[in-house]
Design a protein around this ligand. Structure first.
Ligand code: BG6
Length: 470
């Protein structure tokens, strides 16, 4: 739809950016923090471990000051579960509580709203040993952790996100080092969707608890949503797109918003004898969640064609590159879209299409919790990073958010990935996303000094003009 007049971004729009604890903090085994599954996993060859990351744990004041200089209204970060509860359950680590108190207070002192992700790919290692999400007790573990967060930080934190990219955990867990398949498992699909079910119940219970304890706070999920296009107008391709849309996107939002399983996904699971088992009370718990908004990560769309029956399950694909699933869909390279240096397609118009589709399905306000471009940035000798490619990516995407607002979609904020450079999920330090450059290499920690990239100055101008000067 062409609009003659664009609607402005709301005055209260939450401009900011995102990080996650295990990718940015470092200090992964100090001040009482227990290891998480990320600390004990096999680090991909040639990439750094997580002992230092961007050293945000020690430099958060400097980092928040830089965010304030850009004019951030919000900072989305995650809380490391094993920093708060070193064993995942049991004793609380006072130093962990203190660190996030300091981080939250530092944000607030600069008028930056903290948006807290409660779980971002970092199950405490002790709970991983006990089966992680495959263990039914994981529901109680998570709700207990959520209660501790609400009780300690709920007086100051107004925006909460439950589980980052639960759909990626379920569809590509091994790539990000998280999916736990118990030895001797005979039906992997059933096992995966049982774990998914536990996360869904845990999320719904955490949302209900948030509303009970913190009536003024807002809480929502944070899946990775990519609208799926059909490769052609062949009816078979359109159905394949519906299949993958259901499996990748709508399963998660239908459940968080309406508390019901998407019927296409359920039918697929039935076919494979893989439906999750419900425990007494699950049905009611799932219906009791009710998010106040939808947080979602968007990097690009996906395109699929009809399955030819030979595809293999895609748990080893990464977040944005699906392979296909026999009988459901086959991945298709969209010839209309350019790709990043790391092979992810770039589709700003697909961002608007994704937002429109979500709004028409769920009618809830939305916060973009990730969006961004991973690239090999270069620090020049005079301390600059000329990342015009990132500015272009972000500008093109913000334009589409404004078009979606003009279409009538309700948008609360935009927090791209990432506030500062940090360790990628599976491609190490070389894949940078930040507005703030962190001076380190994969293995050489160098100075860890911060540098303002060109995108830093550009984003500052965007925020100062409330999105009117792109
Ligand atoms: C999202 C994750 O999938 O994408 C982040 O929530 C991640 O944790 C981001 O870092 C970018 O992915 P990657 O693999 O390039 O780090």
């Amino acid at each position: 739809m062409l609009h003659k007049n664009l609607k402005p971004f709301p005055q209260t729009f939450l401009w900011g950016a995102s990080t996650s604890a295990y990718q940015v903090e470092g200090a992964n085994l100090i001040d009482g923090k227990g290891p998480s599954c990320q600390d004990v996993k096999q680090v991909p060859e040639g990439t750094s471990d997580l002992t230092v990351c961007a050293d945000h744990y020690h430099r958060y004041k400097e980092d928040i000051a830089l965010m304030a200089e850009m004019g951030f209204k919000a900072y989305r970060f995650s809380i490391s579960w094993s920093r708060i509860l070193p064993e995942g359950t049991g004793d609380v680590n006072p130093k962990g509580i203190e660190f996030y108190n300091n981080l939250i207070n530092e944000c607030l002192s600069h008028n930056i709203q903290p948006i807290i992700t409660m779980f971002h790919f970092d199950m405490p290692a002790k709970l991983d040993e006990r089966g992680s999400w495959s263990n039914r007790e994981s529901v109680d573990w998570f709700v207990n952790f959520a209660r501790i967060l609400f009780e300690n930080y709920g007086d100051r934190v107004k925006y909460w996100l439950t589980i980052n990219e639960q759909n990626v955990l379920t569809l590509s867990g091994p790539v990000i080092g998280t999916l736990h398949i118990p030895e001797g498992c005979t039906n992997e699909l059933k096992e995966i969707y049982q774990q998914n079910h536990h996360m869904l119940v845990a999320q719904a219970k955490a949302m209900a608890l948030c509303h009970e304890l913190l009536p003024d706070a807002k809480i929502g999920p944070a899946p990775n949503i990519s609208l799926v296009y059909p490769a052609s107008c062949k009816p078979e391709d359109v159905q394949a797109a519906q299949n993958f849309n259901a499996l990748r996107n709508w399963l998660y939002l239908d459940m968080s918003v309406y508390g019901v399983y998407n019927n296409l996904v359920w039918a697929y699971l039935e076919e494979h004898d893989a439906c999750p088992e419900f425990m007494p009370g699950d049905e009611e718990a799932l219906k009791s969640g009710h998010p106040d908004f939808i947080g979602f990560n968007y990097y690009n769309t996906a395109t699929v064609a009809a399955s030819d029956g030979t595809e293999i399950s895609d748990v080893h694909a990464d977040q944005q590159n699906a392979q296909g699933i026999a009988g459901l869909y086959r991945a298709f390279r969209n010839p209309n879209l350019p790709k990043t240096e790391f092979g992810w397609e770039i589709d700003p118009m697909g961002f608007r299409a994704t937002i429109r589709e979500m709004y028409s399905r769920y009618r809830l306000p939305m916060i973009v919790t990730e969006n961004g471009l991973g690239a090999y940035d270069k620090l020049t000798e005079d301390g600059k990073v000329h990342d015009s490619y990132r500015i272009k990516y972000l500008r093109d995407h913000i334009e589409q958010v404004q078009l979606a607002i003009t279409d009538g979609c309700e948008m609360l904020g935009y927090c791209p990935w990432s506030a500062l450079d940090l360790i990628s999920t599976h491609e190490g330090m070389v894949k940078r996303y930040g507005f703030i450059y962190v001076d380190r290499d994969e293995f050489d920690l160098k100075t860890l000094d911060r540098y303002r990239k060109d995108s830093f100055y550009w984003y500052k101008k965007v925020i100062a003009s409330n999105g009117s000067d792109l």
